[in-house]
Design a protein around this ligand. Sequence first.
Ligand SMILES: [Zn+2]
Length: 178
Amino acid sequence: MSDIIFEAPPRSGDNIEDLADAVRQAFGLLDVPYFPVVPFVELGIQHLNPGIMFDVVEGDLLGARMGAVNPLTGQFMVREDIYDAAVQGQPRHRFTVAHEAGHAMMHVGTLNRMPASVGKVPAFRDPEWQANRFAAALLMPRHLVRQCTSVAEIMQRFGVSRECAEFRIKTLKLSVLM
Ligand SMILES: [Zn+2]
């Protein structure tokens, strides 16, 4: 257990959904279901946030972590095997890359470090909660996911795992056939 925890500026779910839509809009991808997350982090994100430097790194550099964004320098690292899996379209690791992109968009130069003894950070200030919400919103925009009628359709159209699709349905309180 780490002695330091991070706190982000507060964001509502809707605020994060709007940010993800704005990212898609910036690249003319608002209505494209399958988001090209690898080209986005390699070539696109720097146009929106010029401080970001994307890099694919060898496994031992990150230890058990699949990716990381340095909140001070903007260095955005994805482990080589995770990157390769995302390039192949592996749903789980498309989400991993999108999650790290959320940190890169929202958390470089914005985080407060606090001693863990102060307790748990509320979800709306928790960088991990924010990055997960961003990843889900980027891969499965609200207006497109609402058109779907099954979990299988969401998985197929957006290139996400069953777990992600089901969580998205719960988050948006959608009533689709499971
Ligand atoms: Zn994270």
